[in-house]
Design a protein around this ligand. Structure first.
Ligand code: CDM
Ligand code: ATP
Length: 285
């Protein structure tokens, strides 16, 4: 089979290394400042040109109705926008916890847009794809652009940053936290001042963490447990928590001791999204 009409791509996890909420806008969305890094771990999507115009999704779609699945929504959006006659069969292997704050749904959507842009020969530039992606979720543009970045605005204004390579042990406390529920909660802290000067010199934190700990004691327990090994943090609106190390061995040691009630994984971070690295290897070499 032709490797350009049938190929697999990762939809990597992201971590928010910090997340400051500065204000609430009139439309309910929040102005924030957050540092995104990508992990070398994620869902796996395969794309096959079928010769028909339908969009078929198979694999670990769990109980998400087709019309709500961000993979389907992304494919349909691109098909409608371009009026292409092409269709696709997409298979999903799900490894990222849903509602875990590691951006699984957004990353699936971004990988779908990046892949179909090539498979259907559309050739939209990254700006156009990122603008389309933003309609699917605030986190989609960073996955489309594929560079570790500080995000501002509602998450769509991205400033590229270079981060040192680290190893992370990411723990999912078996809790699903709804992003919308956290952002609409009256107790969410929404007034952290915008960072002025070099962000590396500042005290950085996640404004969602105190509220999620209060609403979800299992997250509090996870953060406490991880503290035995290193300073622990929560990503996004939770529920995943993580610790950072210089070596794989240190991160793997934490995972090896993880209580059985929780799941976790170990991964290094990447300044370029592994989805982009894989796509370049398929199409540009
Ligand atoms: C918190 C983060 O995970 C940080 O990476 C993201 O900003 C959330 O991104 P996302 O999951 O793609 O979010 P969306 O699907 O666009 O929005 C989910 C819900 O979160 C709230 N939301 C999201 C992003 C933002 N900047 N302000 C918000 O208030 C809105 O209530 C929205 O209804
Ligand atoms: N392909 C998909 N994969 C995961 N979730 C999906 C998908 N399609 C739709 N969703 C819906 O999106 C919701 C959020 O999923 P996601 O895994 O992106 O959450 P998250 O990791 O908390 O994201 P974020 O950090 O962006 O808030 C899920 O609860 C699910 O109902």
């Amino acid at each position: 089979m032709n490797s350009k009409t049938f190929f697999s791509l990762i939809a990597p996890a992201k971590l928010n290394l910090f997340l400051h909420i500065n204000a609430r806008r009139d439309d309910g969305y929040h102005e924030l400042e957050t540092l995104f890094t990508f992990l070398n771990f994620g869902d796996e999507l395969s794309f096959e040109l079928t010769g028909e115009s339908s969009i078929l999704i198979t694999g670990d779609t769990k109980d998400i109705p087709l019309e709500d699945n961000l993979i389907y929504k992304a494919a349909l959006m691109l098909q409608t926008d371009t009026k292409t006659k092409h269709g696709v069969k997409i298979n999903l292997i799900k490894r990222l916890p849903m509602g875990g704050g590691v951006g699984g749904g957004s990353s699936d959507a971004a990988t779908t847009l990046l892949a179909l842009n090539k498979l259907w020969n559309i050739n939209y530039d990254i700006n156009k794809l990122a603008n389309l992606g933003l309609q699917l979720g605030a986190d989609v543009p960073v996955f489309i652009r594929g560079e570790s970045a500080i995000a501002q605005g509602i998450g769509e204004k991205l400033h590229r940053v270079e981060l040192a390579q680290k190893w992370y042990c990411v723990v999912h406390p078996n809790q699903h936290v709804s992003t919308a529920k956290i952002f609409t909660h009256p107790d969410l802290k929404r007034d952290t001042p915008k960072i002025s000067g070099d962000w590396k010199q500042q005290t950085l934190h996640n404004d969602c963490e105190p509220l999620v700990k209060k609403l979800c004691p299992e997250v509090e327990k996870t953060l406490q447990w991880l503290l035995k090994y290193a300073p622990s943090k929560m990503t996004g609106t939770g529920s995943c928590c993580f610790v950072e190390f210089d070596t794989q061995a240190q991160a793997s040691h934490v995972l090896a001791n993880l209580p059985h009630t929780w799941q976790g994984f170990v991964a290094s971070n990447a300044n370029i999204s592994p989805a982009h690295t894989e796509l370049t290897a398929i199409f540009d070499q």
